[in-house]
Design a protein around this ligand. Structure first.
Ligand code: GDP
Ligand code: IMO
Ligand code: MG
Length: 430
């Protein structure tokens, strides 16, 4: 019996999960997504090709590996079809090695409308959602009124769709949201809806499975399974900076319910962190930099959302938040990405504790959103050396190694590898 290894983001998303999963895929037989949906944007680069995946696991470029969209994931059929077509243009026929859980829930066009309506209703308190319908679709799942992938085969699917849509329109009306003039991805609602219904048909080309049986059978046969997280632990519905979070369980616990495996079937937990920190959307970010250094991180790190194109907020690495994520996730190995972005920096800083009302603490307070947090920073001398071309961990500049050793010491977790460019080939295992 083998176990499911997990790879997930420890910050506010965009840590480089797509790249790292792609790099690790040769060691596995199955790559499975367990939560989230097209709010994710996972970037892969190799042979000069750059590709952004949304719902599809990042093992898809390896033809001989099975990729699974688990029951905990949300599928938006029209976005999914676009993803499939973009892959086909790159010579990848995903119908061959992508299996979809019949229990995965569907995002309807009216969920996307509700996402916009909810954000509008929140006014200044808006979350900065990616507007992909994530919150409303998970709400319907929990309210026991959602539609699932397996339902598309039912003869009354269209009627059930209409019923749910009518409910959504009523809610939008209550929120005083005007459907007139509302468009989704540049298309009027009715046209989007037609294309969405059409895209439902293309889902039927895939193997729709009971993924919990599939994954557990794989484990019983000794196959190696890697679970790929989306978003990051600090966006978790329970432990993130609520309500500025996403609507799923982004931590290791989510793997069990999102794939249908027992806690005892979890193996290694690989957590990814950038060498600094970013966040896109609203919510607290104690180490955020509003100065020239913040702008340099954004510019040199190309920190613009892969889904929305919004500039990401940037700051120093946040150890209290990282330690919290390591605790919640049971991280066994750390993966650090993007130190190369700071190659030219004279100094690199690390937030070791928070100062709140004159007191120092290493814990994230319940009032995370409402108290003023001053990050206590420790400075490290920059390495001032381009990392490009370095092929072994031992050859990394000493100042960078000292910085990485401090991350290990502060989190109590050893670093397994460091990524030094967007490309698949630039990963240095320790
Ligand atoms: P994900 O959502 O966690 O998969 O991350 P994203 O793809 O949204 O964002 C990570 C960005 O950083 C992408 O543009 C990657 O190509 C890029 N990237 C990943 N690892 C590295 C690295 O080590 N160095 C640099 N400079 N860029 C990286
Ligand atoms: P990956 O998988 C970064 C953020 C949004 C918003 C909040 C809620 O690429 O790391 P939602 O659309 O879920 O209602 O948005 O969460 N967010 C992400 N930020 N990376 C992501 O995914 C994200 N998915 C959602 O910006 O603040
Ligand atoms: Mg991303």
């Amino acid at each position: 019996m083998s176990k499911v290894d997990v790879l997930l983001g420890l910050q506010w998303g965009d840590e480089g999960k797509g790249k790292v999963v792609d790099v690790l895929t040769p060691q596995y037989d199955v790559i499975a997504r367990f939560q989230g949906g097209p709010n994710a944007g996972h970037t892969l680069e190799f042979n000069g090709i750059k590709h952004v995946l949304r719902t599809i696991p990042s093992g898809i470029f390896h033809k001989d590996k099975i990729n699974v969209i688990g029951n905990g994931v949300l599928i938006e059929p029209r976005i999914f079809r676009q993803e499939i077509e973009a892959l086909r243009e790159k010579g990848v026929d995903a119908t061959q090695n992508l299996y979809i859980s019949k229990k995965a829930h569907l995002i309807l066009p009216s969920h996307r409308m509700l996402d916009a309506a909810n954000e509008m209703a929140k006014g200044n308190a808006k979350i900065g959602s990616t507007l992909k319908g994530i919150g409303p679709a998970y709400t319907d799942k929990i309210a026991r009124s959602g539609l699932r992938v397996g339902d598309i085969m039912a003869v009354d699917f269209k009627e059930r769709y209409e019923l749910l849509k009518v409910q959504h329109l009523q809610t939008a009306h209550t929120l005083r949201f005007a459907l007139e003039g509302f468009s989704i991805d540049g298309l009027p609602f009715e046209q989007y809806e037609r294309e969405w219904l059409d895209a439902i048909e293309s889902l039927k080309a895939f193997r729709l499975i009971n993924s919990e049986y599939f994954i557990n059978t794989c484990l019983a046969e000794g196959k190696r399974v890697l679970a790929e997280g989306a978003q990051g632990s600090m966006l978790d519905i329970d432990f993130g900076s609520y309500p500025f979070v996403t609507s799923s369980s982004t931590i290791t616990a989510g793997v069990c319910s999102g794939l249908g495996i027992a806690p005892s079937a979890i193996g290694r937990v690989m957590g990814i962190t950038k060498a600094y920190c970013t966040r896109v959307g609203a919510g607290p970010f104690p180490t955020e930099l509003f100065d020239e250094t913040g702008r340099r991180l954004c510019e040199l790190g190309h920190e613009f959302g892969s889904v929305t194109g919004r500039p990401r907020r940037c700051g120093w690495i946040d150890i209290p938040a990282l330690r919290y994520a390591c605790m919640l996730d049971g991280v066994t190995d750390l993966f650090v990405t993007k130190p190369d972005v700071m190659d030219d920096f004279d100094e690199v800083k690390m937030c070791t504790t928070y100062e709140i009302n004159g007191e120092q603490t290493g814990e994230l307070p319940f009032e995370f959103n409402n108290v003023h947090i001053t990050p206590v920073l420790r400075s490290y001398e920059g390495w001032k050396h381009p990392l490009a071309g370095i092929t072994s961990y031992d050859d990394l500049p000493e100042n960078l190694k000292a910085y990485l050793a401090a991350i290990e010491q502060e989190t109590g977790v050893h670093i397994m590898a460091v990524s030094i460019s967007p490309d698949r080939k630039d990963v240095l295992f320790k």
